[in-house]
Design a protein. Structure first.
Length: 256
């Protein structure tokens, strides 16, 4: 047997130094990722980042389901069921909004717009619902929401959304003159404006459109209110908004 040589101290010192250096690099990388928000460190996307891309990252049947259930969404708490008739290709806001509404939303910018049109179970009402994906941050969306509230912009007839009524469909006669009730709602948790406009499915013109909030008010007796068209616009807009929020929440979940 060969004699065992004494352990060389320099090797022990080098190994210890490597361990310390390695731990320092790992700790520094973790700290840097925490400070910079590096997604590779497991940081979830913010709702604003995820929502801004939802118009192309979320399936159309999730944004605009073929069927929407409106439990208690009709006048007097009656139930509603809406069926999707048509889906528009994603577009710029210039293609999907009247000029004055486009100008009103200019402060938040427009990333993209998507729309779909629904009818109720009796096919007596028709509603176009849309999602405007903006370029704004949280403060920009809050400022827009405040402006809509303080200036009552949601009640202005000249800021009604446009309809989407492609030819060859049951809603082809749903044009500007057929718009009866509407809602426009800037969200603050995500950079999206939700809008909807409803009308009679038989194509009749409406001389006095009424905002959804007024048409849904207790005691409202206009033809628009009696037909439940305010409930149609608000009910569909609310359910599309909920679906979008759920989709964005799924996109922002921590991986694994």
């Amino acid at each position: 047997m060969r004699p065992v040589r004494p352990r060389q101290r320099w090797r022990t010192a080098v190994a210890a130094a490597c361990v310390v250096l390695g731990l320092g690099l790992i700790g520094g990388a973790a700290t840097g990722a925490w400070l910079t928000g590096d997604s590779s460190a497991g940081t979830a996307k913010s709702p604003y980042t995820a929502a801004r891309a939802a118009w192309h990252s979320v399936p159309v049947d999730t944004l605009f389901p073929p069927t929407l259930k409106g439990r208690g969404a009709g006048p007097g708490g009656t139930h509603r069921t809406w069926t999707r008739v048509a889906v528009a290709a994603d577009s710029t806001c210039k293609d999907g909004l009247d000029p004055l509404l486009l100008t009103t939303l200019r402060s938040v910018g427009c990333e993209r717009m998507v729309r779909a049109t629904y009818t109720d179970a009796t096919r007596s009402a028709v509603t176009t619902v849309g999602l405007v994906f903006t370029e704004a941050d949280a403060s920009g969306m809050q400022a827009l929401r405040t402006r809509f509230t303080e200036q009552k912009l949601g009640a202005r007839k000249d800021l009604m959304p446009r309809t989407y009524a492609p030819e060859g469909t049951p809603v082809a006669s749903f044009g500007d003159k057929q718009r009866a009730s509407w809602t426009v709602s800037p969200l603050t948790e995500i950079p999206v404006v939700v809008l909807a406009v409803s009308g009679f499915a038989d194509g009749r013109a409406v001389a006095e459109p009424q905002p959804a909030a007024d048409a849904m008010a207790s005691g409202a007796e206009t033809a628009v209110a009696q037909a439940g068209l305010g409930h149609e616009a608000k009910g569909i807009a609310d359910r599309v908004e909920r679906g979008l929020r759920t989709a964005v929440a799924d996109l922002t979940e921590q991986p694994g």
